[in-house]
Design a protein around this ligand. Structure first.
Ligand code: BGC
Length: 831
């Protein structure tokens, strides 16, 4: 096919000088010819310019956001030698250049942005050895949120003035405020958070598409607010804003049967700012001039579900529009300032990201109507229905069936039940707002008889944090592909504002050990930088709450004053998590920001014995849920808890030495290296036989995998013997898995490190229990908490802790990506 030769593009380029501190320098500009050869199809361009770890840089908290860019194209061996940045703000444009190969986290080269200030940025890069340059990227807007508490100009937390029982589930509340704007609007922003979970509307239209906002934080320290561009929702003339708030995590029932952990009300704090065409700035803060009411969402709890009475819709019709009469509504009152600092989000919001069709509608053994979506997922149902007023439709959710009925035991005390009461005035579309469920099956009771339930009446909505997908995997082995798909589904289901252990029962907590094991896998599959950054901020706050500097079992901690003792592997995520983030995203500054956590935990929090190993009396989870642990004693694994703890301690100390080196603190690096060596010697004394053979105290997969993978052998002969022993243990076990949470991530790398990758392939492709593919042949569609969450005869494991959506054992996917896929970051940030 004939192709037009493109005319060479003319653009300005800079005289390149190298800056000393990595920040770009103002450029002298000149005009040059583009060096790209128009006759070749080889090209390179900048596909994405981003700021800090934000997916959408609107309302960010960094006044000097660091800039990164990503390339696309097919130019072979192309390398950046220099770059230009252009920044436009407030009508002036500046160009900066640097002779640098860096393209990640480039320091902001100008004065800090003010509150709510917008700038536009673009970048281009030039090849190292006279190779072609990229064209300028698209302009990308970046805008700060409210950077200082004063910027909230009069906005305070508000709640309805009404009597209610704080010890019962709180009824979601509707808030509203009418306002008028005389002139045309140039731009408008809504800054908002909930004391609970909020959904906002302006003039009858939904604001944004986030759900379950602002998510879950350690609200005593950090309370996230969101920023929305609402320019198109506001008109000159009369307007109204409305916000519905459910109790959510903030004041609802959470683990261990507590409620009101951060507050005992539902409310909101918001500021609507408008810039008119004339340049006038107007602001409408949440204050006691608002009104509040109850409405059709009559109850909504995270664990128990939502009840919606559509008959009450008539009372509040048009509630978020200007013409609505709120004369009969409650007044509102100002509440004291929020306990936590109002902070803009680091990670992306939770959104509705997929829909699943019904796969099958059928009757259970006892005649109940059941729906199978063919996929264990997290989210809720969407109903299309019509029926007589007062018809009460209930929806129970469950992950699996047992004896042909929903298996509800694994939910423990979570009711996971939604109820819709019909208004009887025609067709209705409905879904809940302030709850979520982990389910594949639903039982539908009370569906109206004259309009039968069909595949078109119900669909499942999948929700999770809207992280960018960055990793994919497929191979020629169908079961392994399915397993990997299950790993992804468990990631989606458990990355909902925070990373949770499970999404379905009365738990759903930010367990640290699970996150430690699974971090590298998640970082490969999605861009998790911002997601974890916020979580680590909370971890640091929770640590500082106590002088002991203990990393709690889960973050956010409940109850917020919990005095839990921390534990190896779990609390160690304060060291391993940041290191994994650095490997994947190359953000030195974030590593430094998070370094203090790891140091505080290892130097101060971690209880030691006289030789600086773990205090033998300390609490441990150990190799949680190894396949031999009894159903009711998940910590009763075959490898001694302190052995596991000590092995991790040696490795964590080595990581601290690595981090010290990365951030350029050589004396600290020397100090941690010294500690590392001495701890390793103590480990050998404590756990290896004194006969010179280095036999470990436990002849288990986990003991040997940890010792080999963490480099705990210093004697080559002993290491050789240990390698032989591990191979033998695995062969004697018929290539079935023998590890729990602590040993699983190390097993593949350990076998590979001793030249036994083939043995690990045999383990990975096993289908008998316990193995990864056992779950697949048992029709699992997510990864399970226990190797045998479902027993071979189809019964649910009787343990009182049996989830079908736990990601920890899916940590093996990191090995799949690195070894089968051949991809792992050779240099931090995949450089
Ligand atoms: C959770 C875990 C967690 C564990 C702590 C369980 O209830 O579901 O996955 O790590 O407790 O041992």
């Amino acid at each position: 096919m004939y192709r037009h030769a493109r005319a060479p593009r003319i653009y300005t380029s800079a005289i390149y000088r190298k800056s000393t501190d990595g920040s770009p320098i103002p450029a002298e500009t000149k005009t040059v010819q583009e060096t790209k050869n128009p006759n070749t199809t080889m090209s390179v361009s900048i596909s994405q310019v981003s700021f800090e770890h934000h997916r959408d840089p609107l309302g960010i908290g960094e006044p000097k956001p660091r800039i990164s860019w990503r390339f696309s194209g097919n130019a072979a061996n192309w390398e950046q030698g220099s770059y230009d940045l252009q920044i436009t703000r407030g009508g002036r444009q500046s160009t900066y250049s640097n002779a640098s190969s860096e393209s990640l986290f480039i320091p902001w080269p100008e004065d800090a942005l003010g509150s709510a200030e917008q700038a536009h940025v673009r970048a281009r890069a030039h090849g190292l050895h006279g190779e072609s340059s990229t064209p300028w990227s698209d302009w990308v807007a970046v805008e700060t949120g409210l950077l200082n508490p004063e910027d909230w100009t009069g906005a305070v937390p508000i709640a309805a003035k009404r009597a209610y029982d704080i010890n019962s589930p709180k009824r979601p509340m509707y808030f509203r405020k009418a306002f008028s704007v005389d002139t045309d609007i140039k731009s408008a922003r809504l800054y908002i958070t909930g004391l609970g979970i909020y959904e906002a509307e302006i003039n009858g239209n939904r604001v944004g598409d986030a759900v379950l906002a602002p998510g879950w934080q350690s609200f005593n320290y950090r309370h996230v607010y969101d920023t929305y561009d609402v320019t198109d929702l506001i008109k000159s003339g009369d307007n109204a804003i409305g916000v519905i708030v459910g109790e959510g995590w903030y004041s609802g029932r959470l683990a261990w049967d507590g409620r009101n952990y951060w507050g005992d009300n539902v409310g909101l704090q918001s500021l609507l700012t408008i810039v008119t065409r004339d340049g006038e700035k107007l602001s409408f803060p949440s204050d006691d001039s608002w009104a509040a009411s109850t409405g059709p969402v009559v109850g909504s709890e995270i664990y128990d579900g939502e009840t919606y009475d559509s008959r009450l819709e008539a009372d509040i019709k048009g509630w978020s529009t200007a013409s609505f009469d709120d004369g009969a509504w409650f007044p509102v009152k100002k509440l004291p300032p929020l306990k936590g600092a109002l902070m803009s989000p680091d990670g992306p919001p939770v959104r509705k990201l997929e829909e699943r069709k019904v796969e099958k509608i059928f009757k259970s053994a006892s005649g109940k109507t059941l729906i199978d979506f063919g996929q264990n997922l997290v989210g809720w149902l969407h109903l299309s229905v019509q029926g007589p007023a007062g018809t009460n439709i209930t929806m129970h959710h469950a992950e699996v069936l047992e004896n042909g009925e929903l298996a509800l035991a694994p939910l423990r005390a979570a009711k996971a039940t939604d109820t819709l009461i019909l208004h009887g005035k025609g067709h209705q579309e409905w879904e809940p707002r302030f709850t979520f469920h982990g389910f594949r099956y639903a039982q539908i009771d009370g569906w109206p008889e004259d309009a039968p339930l069909t595949e078109d009446s119900i669909k499942a909505i999948v929700v999770h944090s809207d992280m960018e997908q960055t990793g994919w995997f497929s191979c020629s082995h169908a079961l392994l592909n399915k397993f990997h798909e299950n790993v992804r589904w468990s990631t989606k289901g458990n990355f909902l504002s925070i990373s949770t252990d499970c999404p379905q029962r009365d738990e759903r907590l930010g367990w640290t050990g699970d996150a430690h094991a699974f971090g590298p896998t998640a970082n490969f599959l999605y861009n998790t930088g911002g997601f974890w950054r916020g979580w680590h901020r909370d971890m640091w706050s929770e640590m500082q709450r106590r002088d002991s500097m203990i990393v709690p079992f889960f973050v956010p901690t409940v109850p917020p004053d919990s005095q839990d003792p921390g534990a190896a592997v779990w609390s160690d995520v304060s060291v391993g998590g940041p290191w994994n983030l650095f490997r994947f995203y190359g953000d030195r500054q974030m590593l430094e920001e998070q370094f203090q956590q790891g140091r505080a935990w290892i130097d101060k929090g971690l209880p030691r014995n006289e030789v600086q190993l773990w205090d033998r009396g300390a609490f441990q989870f150990g190799d949680w849920l190894d396949p031999k642990a009894p159903a009711e004693d998940p910590g009763g694994a075959t490898t001694a808890k302190p052995l596991v703890a000590d092995a991790y301690l040696v490795r964590m100390t080595e990581i601290l030495a690595n981090v010290s080196r990365v951030i350029g603190d050589s004396s600290l690096a020397a100090e941690y290296s010294k500690q590392h060596e001495s701890l390793r010697t103590e480990f050998q004394k404590a756990w290896m036989s004194a006969d010179g053979r280095g036999t470990l105290a436990n002849k288990t997969q986990t003991a040997y995998a940890l010792a080999l993978h963490f480099g705990l052998y210093t004697d080559a002969n002993q290491r050789e013997l240990a390698a032989e022993t591990l191979r033998q243990i695995v062969a004697d076990n018929n290539h079935l898995v023998g590890t729990g949470f602590a040993g699983t991530p190390a097993l593949g790398p350990a076998l590979q490190g001793i030249g036994a990758a083939e043995d690990f392939y045999s383990m990975l492709l096993q289908t008998k229990v316990p193995s990864w593919l056992y779950q697949v042949v048992m029709n699992g569609t997510t990864t399970w908490e226990r190797w045998d969450s479902m027993l071979p005869d189809g019964r649910v494991n009787t343990g009182s802790m049996t989830s079908f959506n736990h990601y920890a054992f899916g940590a093996v996917a990191d090995w799949i990506h690195a070894t089968i896929g051949g991809l792992a970051p050779a240099e931090p940030g995949w450089k």
